[in-house]
Design a protein around this ligand. Structure first.
Ligand SMILES: Cc1cc2nc3c(=O)[nH]c(=O)nc-3n(C[C@H](O)[C@H](O)[C@H](O)COP(=O)(O)OP(=O)(O)OC[C@H]3O[C@@H](n4cnc5c(N)ncnc54)[C@H](O)[C@@H]3O)c2cc1C
Length: 415
């Protein structure tokens, strides 16, 4: 059993590995390069809106069982808030049509057989035509597996897969899309209830983990960037942080949970995804209308998902690379116009913030998916974690937690 486990990177992957190992009684030391834990899943105070906001709106589903188990293990499961059943209101900004997709709370996708609960103007056969996606190989694109057109595609499949894959669905990996369909739509409404960290990502998914680790005697060092690995034969023998160096004992282990570029620099020769996609989020300081749903699916416009928080309306736009160079004011204005149409609010642009995460996720195409490494490395005491490692899922919190759990289990299995 290793004496001390060094976790490099305090994103969700690193923290989930750290919590699992600390709970198993190991000494844990987390090293994070920046001044804040959370990585791509964090909150911060934003002066423009005078609110604490998240770097991006993050949606979990009740079927994300590893993510929920992680939240439970850090005592914050109750902070993931959602409706009692899997209901998704939608609006089409082009036609003004509104509908409610009601997946219910069954373990089977029975809603498909009920006209009043499925997407308007769709029939059972449209849903059956998605079957090839369910067990599609990762090497095939979605566009060669199902027909990417028609009402069901425009109103459900495209928004779901765009949000999950963060690429235009036809070019996305059918294998990754299939995993999403199996774990959500096919698993019935009980797996599709939307959950949001209403009090903020850091308050619900990050700070409780750091607190728990500290209570267990683990240390979390911020502003402590790993610069180099010292290796001897098939083992890592030291960690170099610039100002200081840590010797790795024969019983110690390392979980490297950093993004792909950092991992490839630290471990020359490591194959990783090389292409990334942006996600754009816009936050508007406004009290949402009383009847505003917590999440509204939006089609036929720029906005894709509209989230209502106590003091703000927030928007997510996936595969947002086309928007990263657009002037900020112009982008905020265009998004605000969609928000007004979708939510029924009106008036001048309220205080706003636009956050463009350029490398939000790796590009979930078959080619990039094939570059994802396993958790095991050529060094016996070094394991990889991260949403970009070979989790079988696109870059999501669920995939991150699975990768952290997997790396921790490999450490636990070390002799
Ligand atoms: C805008 C946006 C919206 C998203 N929406 C959703 C969503 O709705 N649902 C969902 O499930 N997922 C969503 N995701 C994806 C989700 O945020 C990620 O999958 C997850 O946060 C990745 O966690 P990670 O720990 O693997 O990586 P990261 O969060 O990138 O963590 C890696 C950490 O390593 C640190 N690090 C890097 N180099 C070093 C070094 N040399 N030494 C020490 N530390 C280092 C970094 O600073 C960072 O803290 C979204 C992502 C973004 C950006």
């Amino acid at each position: 059993m290793p004496k001390t486990v060094h976790i490099i990177g305090a994103g969700i992957s690193g923290l989930s590995a750290a919590v699992r190992l600390a709970n198993a009684g190991h000494g844990v030391h987390v090293h994070e390069a920046t001044l804040q834990a959370g990585g791509r899943c964090r909150s911060y105070f934003d002066a423009a809106t005078n609110l604490t906001i998240d770097n991006g709106n993050h949606l979990l589903l009740s079927g994300n069982r590893h993510a929920l188990a992680y939240a439970k293990s850090i005592g914050s499961e109750a902070g993931l808030i959602g409706p009692k059943s899997a209901q998704f209101p939608f609006v089409d900004l082009a036609t003004g049509q509104r509908w409610l997709l009601d997946l219910g709370d069954s373990r089977l996708p029975l809603w498909v057989f009920d006209e009043s609960r499925r997407v308007p103007d769709t029939g059972v056969l449209d849903y059956l035509a998605l079957a090839p996606l369910v067990w599609a190989p990762a090497s095939k694109p979605v566009g060669e597996t199902i027909r990417c057109e028609g009402t069901l595609y425009q109103r459900l499949v495209q928004p779901l897969l765009l949000a999950a894959l963060n690429v235009d669905p036809p070019v996305g990996s059918a294998g990754l899309a299939g995993a999403i369909v199996r774990e959500t739509l096919l698993a019935g409404g009980q797996a599709c209830r939307p959950l949001i960290a209403r009090d903020g990502l850091s308050a619900v998914l990050i700070e409780p983990a750091v607190k728990l680790l500290q209570q267990k005697g683990a240390s979390v060092s911020l502003s402590h960037e790993l610069r180099e690995l010292a290796t001897t034969g098939d083992r890592v023998a030291g960690l170099k942080f610039g100002s200081d160096e840590i010797a790795i004992g024969p019983d110690d282990a390392i979980v490297m949970a950093v993004p792909p570029r950092a991992a490839a620099t630290l471990l020359p020769g490591l194959q990783t995804p090389t292409r990334f996609r942006a996600i754009v989020n816009a936050h508007f300081r406004i009290t949402p209308p009383r009847d505003a749903p917590a999440i509204l699916g939006v089609v036929g416009g720029l906005v894709e998902w509209l989230f209502a928080f106590p003091q703000r309306l927030s928007v997510t736009i996936s595969a947002g690379d086309r928007l990263v160079d657009m002037p900020r004011e112009e982008l905020a204005g265009a998004i605000w116009r969609d928000v007004c149409k979708a939510s029924g609010v009106s008036g001048e642009l309220p205080p706003w913030q636009v956050v463009r995460e350029r490398r939000a996720t790796f590009e979930a195409t078959p080619e990039q998916n094939a570059l994802r490494p396993k958790a095991v490395t050529s060094f016996k005491n070094l394991f990889l974690a991260g949403d970009w490692t070979d989790t079988g899922l696109p870059a999501t919190i669920e995939g991150s937690v699975r990768s952290g759990d997997r790396a921790a289990d490999l450490v636990l299995a070390m002799r």
